[in-house]
Design a protein around this ligand. Structure first.
Ligand SMILES: [Ca+2]
Ligand SMILES: [Ca+2]
Ligand SMILES: [Ca+2]
Length: 184
């Protein structure tokens, strides 16, 4: 057996194992592999949810949220109110038209604050393989007794077929973001 530059096959194998873990041996490091335990050198991911077709329990579906931004909000000292604005970009992965609804959820707000109006859900139509932008908002009022400060507020959006058919089990049908709520 010819020795290689590293002094022999077993030494070389150990060196590779400590440098880059590739559990399924498909040539992609675990950290860069969308199916780390299933050999899939093509890395095909038809629904763009970050899980490769080879190990995705549902490899194709119709809808994806590609971006979610929530803007920071200041409570006006006179009116004691402010508004969260959310921008959601969505993609139709299918070759048919999709009627969709986008829902905004902001579960945790400071004590003494309450939502007074909510522009959610928002409905829309996505052309085949088309993209659309949805604008949602939530108006919030905070009592004078609310402790002043900058609060980090988390929010989630969900996209669903309209009416009422939620694509469950798809990571990219949901997205999270956070923004600062400043209370004077
Ligand atoms: Ca791999
Ligand atoms: Ca793999
Ligand atoms: Ca996938």
């Amino acid at each position: 057996m010819a020795a290689d530059l590293f002094g022999g096959p077993s030494v070389k194998a150990d060196l590779v194992a400590t440098q880059v873990a590739d559990s399924d041996g498909d040539g992609l490091a675990d950290s860069a592999d969308n199916c780390p335990l299933t050999p899939n050198p093509d890395q095909l991911d038809s629904d763009l949810d970050g899980v490769g077709d080879a190990c995705d329990p549902a490899a194709t579906h119709d809808l994806a949220i590609t971006e979610f931004k929530l803007t920071a909000t200041n409570i006006n000292p006179q009116t004691r109110s402010g508004t969260f604005h959310a921008i959601v970009r969505a993609l139709n992965l299918s070759t048919h038209t999709e009627e969709v609804q986008v829902f905004l959820d902001i579960p945790d707000i400071p004590q003494g604050c309450a939502f007074t109006s909510y522009r959610s859900p928002v409905s829309g139509t996505l052309r085949p393989l088309g993209r659309a932008t949805f604008r949602l908002s939530a108006k919030i009022s905070c009592a004078a007794s609310t402790a002043a400060g900058a609060y980090k507020i988390g929010a989630e959006v969900e996209i669903a077929h309209s009416p009422g058919e939620v694509e469950s089990n798809y990571q990219n049908n949901f997205a999270q973001a956070s923004a600062t709520l400043r209370v004077p």
